[in-house]
Design a protein around this ligand. Structure first.
Ligand SMILES: C[S@@+](CC[C@H](N)C(=O)[O-])C[C@H]1O[C@@H](n2cnc3c(N)ncnc32)[C@H](O)[C@@H]1O
Length: 274
């Protein structure tokens, strides 16, 4: 199997467009930015978004909270975040690698920690340690919300059982073959891991399948992933097969077939007493 860079996406304007569109699609699917179990009445709420990307979730949330709330986006790279001059005064970004020790000033600093779409970043065996690490950011009585797509729930939806799906099926095995991070297994275990590894309580999982029209839009947004992957891996044979495959994938899609995945939002509270 080919070895590919630390981060599988390009952090350029195409990738940023993908992330921003995806943000709105996820918000439409779940109907909230913060799960209703999470209280937001504290006017001095402190929120961290880990692996913030373009900061789309954070800036949307900020628009729904009083300006006295403090919102911090943490990411190993700030290449995709807006310039500080164009952000509301209560939103800031800071470099932090989720695998590294939590800086002292961030220990138990947040009422809410949010994570979304890190499944192509993390390896299956890392999740318990990552959970232990991110829970250190949360105040006792604060919450963790983590949202991911379960890639293992992959299926193809069709408008007609006779629709061809050969190219769509091949695309999955072709791209997943490039790196084990593209085949995460841990998403359905996340709720259990919140309790066992994260020590969180009141854990709830909100598990959703998109209605077909939204599944199609999410699928078309995700199609960009493969071309971005070809650019980061620089594996010639992969890029070459994609060149032939993508027009056929697009044609099968337009004829009424698309990839579909089950998506999860898991929330849990850090106990007041450890
Ligand atoms: C697919 S994007 C998701 C962006 C955002 N969470 C969202 O849902 O819109 C993944 C993000 O994780 C960040 N990332 C990758 N490795 C990381 C690490 N070790 N620690 C923190 N962030 C990381 C990337 O820089 C990128 O911004």
């Amino acid at each position: 199997m080919a070895s590919i860079p630390n981060y599988v996406f390009t952090r350029d304007y195409i990738d940023n467009n993908r992330i921003n569109l995806q943000h709105h699609q996820w918000t439409e699917l779940f109907g909230y930015l913060l799960h209703p179990q999470i209280p937001t009445t504290n006017t001095n709420l402190r929120v961290a978004d880990v692996g913030t990307g373009t900061g789309a979730w954070l800036t949307s949330l900020g628009a729904n909270l009083p300006s006295t709330a403090q919102l911090d986006g943490l990411d190993v790279s700030l290449q995709a975040t807006p310039p500080a001059e164009w952000l509301p005064g209560n939103i800031r970004f800071r470099r932090w690698d989720i695998r590294e020790t939590v800086p002292e000033d961030l220990v138990e600093a947040y009422d809410v920690v949010h994570i979304r779409l890190l499944s192509f970043v993390l390896h299956n065996e890392e999740i318990p340690h990552i959970l232990q690490n991110v829970t250190k950011l949360i105040k006792p009585g604060g919450y963790l919300q983590w949202a991911e797509a379960d890639v293992a729930s992959f299926r193809i939806e069709k408008t007609n059982p006779n629709n061809s799906t050969e190219a769509l099926t091949r695309l999955l095995s072709l791209s997943q073959g490039q790196d084990t991070r593209l085949n995460p297994k841990w998403v359905p275990q996340l709720a259990e891991l919140f309790s066992s590894s994260g020590g969180l309580c009141n854990v709830q999982a909100d598990v959703r399948d998109a209605p077909n029209h939204l599944a199609l839009a999410m699928h078309e947004c995700n199609l960009l992933v493969h071309e971005l992957l070809a650019r980061t891996t620089k594996i010639e044979s992969y890029a070459k097969e994609l060149e032939d495959l993508m027009p056929r994938v697009a044609a099968e899609t337009r004829e009424g077939a698309c990839w579909a995945f089950t998506r999860w939002t898991v929330v849990g509270m850090k106990p007041l007493v450890p």
